[in-house]
Design a protein around this ligand. Structure first.
Ligand SMILES: *Cc1c(COP(=O)(O)O)cnc(C)c1O
Length: 375
């Protein structure tokens, strides 16, 4: 079968082409390319989507993390706890601000930071925990929030892969990813669940003062033009991207449903394949299925990947090299063997195509190809 894609941005665009084209045309004719009305409108709509939490759009998801950490006044030497199995952006901004990234092992089933291993990482210098809701499912937030309260730490959620995921506390209270900690940081990179047609990101918080501060930092630390109260950056969401996102936000829940349908199909078809483990569903979170990530068991993952490629089935490895083994993030005392779960995952995970436009024929073909693999 030809033409199976990891993501199908063109197919997704074509279904809403008229609306998108009109929104773009509107911006072109309005020429408010920076800080246009569409940016404010998008922030308001995304705020409604997050039960009224403040939303501050910015240039990209990496900047969102950086601006959040700047606004929380984290200082050089402060330690920030994060999962070692994540995208580099999470660690990058920590290091860039002179803070110390403190890598923590993840749970093999959920791929997310293991809350039981956080406590031993906390020192007098620890200021924040950054749980990443990897592949679209929330990290186990209840013990993380409890620990953060006990040790007076900030919780900065990285929800770049999990926008729309819903977390349920033991009390039965349910909240969206991004509103669980002090601040949530997300990305509108084109292939993310809510993707722009370029870079984009946002911070989400229920704290008004923090929202004001992040808004200032995004725009050179100014509230009034040419009056700079704090040191900021230039990180704004383009009006064009905001106009596109305004259209796409209406479809986000439908997109999530479509992703879940694909995941459900894979679950059913692949659950009895002996050499793979389908992704675990945590009882406390819905899954936004940014990625559908299998763990291989007892086979050569890279050989399996190559076999699928030859069958016309693209796959991706998120992530092939753990952060503590990356040249830029090596730390004294850490090396091969320091994080065995993450190291194992880097050798065994494989993500299948999942997007909003997949056909049943494609899914059947992919599953058939997987079942026919013989090592
Ligand atoms: C995509 C992503 C980011 C960074 O977002 P950008 O918009 O690409 O800067 C950060 N964290 C995670 C987990 C991501 O997947």
């Amino acid at each position: 079968m030809k033409g199976i894609k990891m993501v199908d941005l063109k197919g997704q665009y074509l279904r809403i082409k008229n609306e998108i084209d009109a929104a773009i045309q509107d911006v072109l004719l309005g020429t408010d390319f920076i800080q246009g009305a569409q940016v404010k409108r998008f922030a308001e709509h995304l705020s409604v989507y997050h039960q009224g939490a403040h939303v501050i759009p910015c240039g990209n998801g990496t900047d969102a993390l950086q601006i959040a950490m700047m606004a929380l006044e984290l200082k050089p030497g402060d330690e920030v706890i994060l999962p070692v199995h994540t995208y580099v952006a999470t660690a990058e901004v920590i290091a860039l601000l002179g803070l110390t990234p403190v890598f923590t092992e993840v749970n093999e089933e959920t791929f997310n930071i293991d809350p039981h291993l956080i406590k031993e990482k906390i020192t007098a210098k620890t200021k924040a925990i950054v749980p990443v809701h990897l592949y679209g499912q929330c990290a186990e937030m209840t013990p993380i929030i409890k620990m953060a309260k006990e040790y007076n730490l900030f919780v900065i959620e990285d929800l770049a892969q999990a926008i729309g995921a819903q977390y349920t506390f033991p009390t039965g209270e349910s909240k969206k990813a991004g509103t669980l900690g002090h601040v949530g940081c997300t990305s509108f990179f084109p292939s993310k669940n809510l993707g722009a047609y370029g870079d984009g990101g946002a911070m989400i918080t229920t704290d008004q003062a923090l929202a004001d501060k992040m808004q200032m930092i995004c725009n050179h630390g100014q509230r009034i033009k040419y009056h700079h109260d704090i040191i900021g950056v230039n990180s704004r969401l383009d009006t064009l991207q905001a106009a596109i996102l305004n259209v796409k936000l209406k479809y986000l829940d439908d997109y999530t449903k479509r992703r879940n349908k694909v995941a459900g199909f894979y679950d059913t078809q692949l659950k009895d394949v002996p050499f793979i483990k389908t992704p675990a569903r945590a009882p406390y979170s819905t899954h936004a299925f940014h990625q559908y990530t299998l763990r291989t068991d007892g086979i050569d993952r890279d050989h399996f990947k190559k076999y699928l490629e030859e069958k016309g089935v693209p796959t991706m490895i998120y992530y092939p090299v753990p952060l503590h083994l990356q040249k830029a993030y090596q730390r004294p005392g850490f090396g091969e063997g320091s994080f065995p779960v993450t190291e194992k995952l880097s050798k065994t995970v494989i993500s299948l195509p999942i997007h909003t436009e997949m056909s049943e024929d494609e899914l059947l073909y992919i599953c058939h190809s997987i079942k026919n693999y013989h090592g």
